[in-house]
Design a binder for this molecule. Structure first.
Ligand code: GLC
Length: 607
């Protein structure tokens, strides 16, 4: 029984809207502003959550308990919710995290392909199913809010967040984003609860221009200052309103139609104005014209970028239409500043009332007052075989076959197989950014199956598999087939902004080394985006774009050996050279066009 439920306010027969009104009528200004405050878990104690009536706590990328297990996650988040229920009115909090390709901060969770790979499947039903599975793993750990899906429409693949987009085409992004939202938010699978989805980052985050990222000398947070090294992430979106409405807005219409109830605002700018200050786009367009009745959350310290003066930041953002502010660190400063702004008349009580009402209405709709906790009986499903099989299927369907000259499918009975490339036996490189740690990292970061383990499991007992990460096999060793697995290093956000996407010379050298040992050479690339592979293509007989497959690497060998057909289609145009980035000149032709992908029939023969 929560404080709210024990109070006379909570009457089961009262319609939800009236319950919210009744609750608001009892709330002080401080309690309303508390609901508008989201704090990173390392910056606030459960006691302070109760004292300030905090509306939400988040785990940012890597905001993990120690040790990092599903059980310790559940214990951590439960303590915050128990504290929230001890607040005067017992309003439950929303615990949020970025589960952008599974519950990816949790060691042992199922890690799915990143969105670029899901875009390659062209299958919204699969994406919806992944949303449902992710929701189960989130609720097992009492996390009710997922800062996903990202519905960016990346237009320049040099952007470090390109892989968080489903693809370069608006229609594909809108379709897949809506499917992810349905999967997360609609209860099902015997679940009594939904997870709150969050379409992000509104609007035009994928349309920024190289070199336009801002400088914020007045911000003390390391990563925000590091952001001054960003090139395109958080930058300025070019183009007029017609372009914005044609390319970047439709995924939000689709998200609203799919029932999304929270939207995260973008760090980027349009027309020289930061989106977090953009009243026209936040309030007039999104809430007014498009009828969005959920709530808007800011991004990580994004309001601090608006002005050197924090009071101005708070007033500008809240008046522009932000309802909840992600204040990773100094929540006391935010609360006191917003309180002062209301007392001075710079922010109206009506705006505060509207923001608090939006937040409470969503909590009410989610059933959070009746069921403030997730369901720890779901813990055995975190990283379960059934979930991993679904991830394995997603890997299979995400693979795009760009070249195949008689090399695939491989035979399970091939006598000798050479495998090389550090990424061939590295779950961390398989998963990419937003995995356990914000930036991701190489190595056995979480339970999963590497590509190499998948191959060993697939081939006949008498097949000899030789693995040499650097490709320096004994000079006499030859084989019918050799496989080289290349990968980008893991990255997230602006840390992945790259001026030159050409495959490094070391990768070309590796390919040439292995080439000399085998009849047929297959190259597999783990990347968050297309890379410039033009020079390597003549040296191989087959080339597979595997994107960032996640924990279930055996999905790749399933297709390589012909158990399943290749079916993936490019979600991004594949450029021939850097001269074709950000866009291929009309008189030019890309290496492979958007939608390209060789298919194979069930037997695996090219058709
Ligand atoms: C990050 C990202 C956003 C994420 C948030 C919380 O900076 O821009 O996508 O949801 O902070 O981790």
């Amino acid at each position: 029984m929560t404080g709210y439920q024990s109070a006379s306010l909570y009457k089961r027969h009262t319609p939800p809207a009236e319950r919210v009104t009744a609750l608001l009528s009892q709330m002080t200004l401080a309690e309303k502003i508390g609901q508008m405050t989201q704090v990173e878990k390392n910056s606030i104690t459960p006691e302070a959550v109760a004292a300030y009536g905090i509306g939400s706590v988040l785990s940012g990328g890597g905001g993990n308990p120690t040790p990092n297990t599903p059980e310790t996650w559940a214990r951590m988040t439960r303590r915050y919710q128990e504290a929230a229920l001890r607040s005067r009115l017992g309003i439950p909090l929303l615990y949020g995290t970025d589960a952008v390709h599974g519950h990816n901060n949790v060691v042992g969770a199922t890690i799915f392909p990143h969105n670029a790979g899901l875009g390659a499947t062209r299958d919204p039903e699969l994406v919806e199913r992944i949303g449902r599975i992710t929701a189960v793993e989130l609720l097992a750990t009492h996390v009710h809010w997922n800062f996903a899906p990202c519905v960016a429409v990346p237009q320049d693949i040099r952007w470090g967040r390109a892989y968080e987009g489903f693809g370069e085409q608006t229609g594909l992004v809108a379709q897949m984003g809506a499917a992810a939202i349905r999967g997360l938010q609609e209860a099902g699978n015997g679940r009594r609860q939904a997870v709150l989805a969050c379409a992000k980052h509104y609007v035009g985050d994928g349309g920024t221009v190289w070199g336009s990222a801002g400088q914020y000398e007045w911000i003390q947070d390391n990563w925000q200052r590091a952001g001054s090294q960003y090139q395109i992430d958080q930058g300025e979106m070019t183009g007029d309103e017609t372009m914005l409405r044609a390319i970047h807005l439709p995924p939000y219409r689709a998200a609203i139609e799919a029932g999304v109830r929270s939207i995260m605002v973008s760090f980027s700018s349009w027309g020289g104005l930061k989106l977090h200050a953009h009243k026209y786009l936040l309030t007039d367009v999104l809430k007014g014209e498009m009828g969005f009745t959920g709530f808007l959350i800011s991004d990580w310290m994004a309001i601090d970028q608006l002005d050197p003066d924090f009071y101005t930041c708070v007033v500008t953002a809240v008046n522009a239409g932000l309802d909840m502010i992600m204040v990773p660190f100094d929540y006391r400063r935010f609360i006191s500043t917003l309180t002062q702004a209301v007392e001075k008349g710079d922010v109206s009580p009506t705006r505060i009332e509207d923001a608090a009402r939006r937040i409470l209405t969503v909590k009410q709709e989610m059933g959070l007052f009746e069921h403030p906790f997730g369901d720890e009986s779901l813990l055995p499903q975190v990283g379960s075989q059934a979930h991993r099989q679904a991830a394995r299927e997603a890997v299979r369907r995400s693979l795009v076959l760009l070249k195949n000259e008689g090399a695939l499918p491989l035979s399970r009975q091939t006598p000798r197989l050479l495998v090389s490339g550090a990424a061939a036996d590295d779950v961390g490189l398989q998963c990419g950014g937003w995995t356990i740690e914000w930036q991701g990292q190489s190595g056995p970061v979480t339970p999963g199956t590497t590509f190499l383990a998948g191959v060993r499991d697939m081939v006949a007992a008498e097949t000899a598999v030789y693995y040499q990460p650097d490709g320096r096999f004994p000079a006499h060793l030859t084989a019918d087939a050799g496989i080289v697995v290349l990968s980008e290093p893991p990255y997230a956000e602006g840390a992945g902004d790259r001026a030159d996407l050409t495959l490094p010379a070391s990768d070309i050298a590796l390919i040439e080394r292995v080439r000399s040992h085998c009849q047929q050479l297959i190259v597999i690339l783990y990347s968050g985006r297309p890379l410039i592979i033009t020079d390597c293509l003549p040296h191989c007989d087959a080339f597979i774009a595997a994107w960032l497959p996640g924990s279930e690497g055996q999905g790749i060998s399933d297709v390589l050996f012909g158990d399943y057909p290749f079916s993936g289609k490019l979600p991004f145009t594949w450029p021939r050279s850097m001269n074709q980035i950000p866009a291929c000149p009309p008189e030019d032709s890309p290496l492979f066009p958007y939608g390209y992908g060789l298919t194979t029939n069930e037997g695996g023969e090219a058709i």
